[in-house]
Design a protein around this ligand. Sequence first.
Ligand SMILES: C[S@@+](CC[C@H](N)C(=O)[O-])C[C@H]1O[C@@H](n2cnc3c(N)ncnc32)[C@H](O)[C@@H]1O
Length: 289
Amino acid sequence: MSNPVAATAVGPMVLAAVEQYEPVQRRLVDDDMALSFLPAGARAFTRIARWSVARRLLIQATERSGPGLWANLTCRKRYLGDKLTEALPDIDAVVILGAGLDTKAYRLARHSAVPVFEVDLPVNIERKRSVVRSALGATPPSVHLVPVDFENDDLAAELARHGHRGDHRTFFIWEGVTQYLSADAVASTFEFLRSAAPASRIGFTYVRSDFIDGTNRYGAESLYRRFRVRSQLWQFGLEPDGVAAFIEPYGWQLTEQAGPDYLTEHYISPARRKLTASQVEWTAYAEKR
Ligand SMILES: C[S@@+](CC[C@H](N)C(=O)[O-])C[C@H]1O[C@@H](n2cnc3c(N)ncnc32)[C@H](O)[C@@H]1O
């Protein structure tokens, strides 16, 4: 894929797919559709990980290029999935911003008719449509694919055009996306979120701003070189202490944050995995007042 930002959709799903080869009690995230949503090349590569030695080598190589990222990327999916399951009885719709190749919408459609809106760049929406067609035959009637560029497009208008109702209590997921955006695009997305129905929820991830500005690399030098020096794909960051104040003016109240200690306590230690979670990326969970 020629658009380097759109291409980042593959990585998290490779990790989720590889995790499915772990015995169930060691698995950091459950996702029986992950492998089938991967492009053919990535799928073939991922299948090698069914051998535990290959899996160990793959995890070690990923950890060398971004220490802690294996745990973060798999556990953030687990955390957001758990929060969605918990909130399901009290919400009317789900909006997944920057959905990439994520499978939540399709796993949810197996047992719920709640409308789900998957938003991403037009190129990734087209790709998702064809991935879903090959994996499942057709897009489930409850799932709506919405092409939007957060930098330029009117998110509210596009969601409304695809049937999202502003008065619906909505569970928003914005996973692995904010760092790829300009501060203006993050602000305009929160401007849209200001009008979300009371009792809506949001789970979003962010990269620490001291990593973005280079003052603290958290031992992830090659990650820094890759995303901040060579490609400069990562632009936006927040500090954990500043999240509550950042979202409060838009009418959102921070409920919880899942940083590395949370991920270790809730997911990594119970699975008896010898992995360390990274400080670089955190997940915030908030409710609309
Ligand atoms: C690292 S991937 C994460 C995908 C998915 N949320 C996950 O965690 O598996 C980042 C996603 O954000 C999307 N994205 C980045 N910039 C965007 C923009 N300006 N407008 C819409 N989507 C964007 C990319 O196309 C990509 O699918």
